[in-house]
Write a protein that binds this ligand. Structure first.
Ligand code: COA
Length: 260
């Protein structure tokens, strides 16, 4: 598929997925969401990709939300379908991915933009970033998982305050809330994202996938997170990476994992 709203760049085992609608502050229209679905699906299946960094073009925005111009005339059924499709095809796909995804928040991350960042496994921000869920100013609520993931990440009280006031918070506040794990100057954002991901990519790939699955399980209704952890822990013993990890420790050398 040819992408019109995304740039894909590969740097060794890191794949960059860059939202490229700078004139609209990288707002997520239908085409961009469809492209994100294809790009993430392909990255998760591509053995040459170890992990993904998602960011936005330009200095101003990561993603300034869903494209408001596209949903002005939707009715109840269409609005419901929009949220369902977006959640399943993009936001849950990323959250449940088998490879680590880091959101490098380079500017405004609002509405669907913050929901996109929250579906990633790790978030880091430029000190110029601003984050918020302004949907109630439009007569809406977050529909791409925002009411759930924000409360999981920062707690119900702060999440409700952010959602009900629609206030934007600064990167420093987001760090204090635990919404992002690092705040750096703009020029260091991708350097920090790569540094983090490079470190993660030294670890055993199947164990990374198992850890993501296990942590997510604890936040999934009706799923026994502790039970999933036991099952995933057991599965690791059947991998070549486990044998390599233990052998490398005993032989006092660095492990060379193959994801097998
Ligand atoms: N959907 C569609 N277009 C958007 C958009 C969105 N979510 N966010 C920004 N844009 C467009 C603007 O319409 C404008 O387009 P134009 O130049 O063709 O008029 C362009 O991006 C630049 O935005 P602008 O509002 O002029 O920039 P600003 O610096 O004055 O304000 C924001 C920046 C982020 C505060 C403001 O754009 C904004 O509030 N955006 C909407 C945020 C939002 O409510 N998101 C949640 C949607 S559910």
């Amino acid at each position: 598929m040819e992408f019109h709203n995304l740039l894909i760049e590969n740097k060794e085992r890191i794949q960059y997925i860059i939202i490229n609608r700078e004139s609209k502050l990288n707002a997520l229209n239908r085409d961009t969401l469809a492209e994100l679905h294809v790009a993430f699906d392909a990255a998760f299946k591509n053995p040459a990709v170890g992990g993904i960094i998602i960011t936005g073009t330009g200095a101003k925005a990561f993603v300034a939300g869903a494209d408001i111009s596209e949903f002005a005339n939707l009715n109840v059924d269409e609005g419901t379908a929009l949220a369902r499709k977006g959640q399943i095809e993009v936001f849950n796909l990323i959250a449940n991915g088998n490879k680590p995804v880091i959101a490098a928040i380079n500017g405004f991350a609002l509405g669907g933009g913050l929901e996109l960042a929250m579906s990633c496994h790790i978030r880091i921000a430029s000190e110029t970033a601003k984050m918020g869920l302004p949907e109630v100013t439009l007569g809406l609520i977050p529909g791409y998982g925002g009411t759930q993931r924000l409360a999981q990440l920062i707690g119900k009280g702060k999440a409700l305050e952010m959602i009900l006031t629609a206030d934007m918070i600064t990167a420093v506040e987001a760090h204090q809330y635990g919404l992002v794990t690092h705040v750096v100057c703009p020029e260091d954002l991708l350097i920090k994202a790569e540094e983090l991901l490079q470190k993660i990519l030294l670890r055993a790939p199947l164990a990374l996938a198992a850890a993501i699955n296990s942590v997510n399980a604890g936040f999934t209704d009706g799923v026994d997170g502790y039970g999933i952890e036991i099952a995933q822990f057991g599965k690791c013993f059947g991998t070549k990476d486990f044998k390599e990890g233990v052998a490398a420790f005993l032989e006092k050398r660095k492990a060379a994992f193959k994801g097998e």
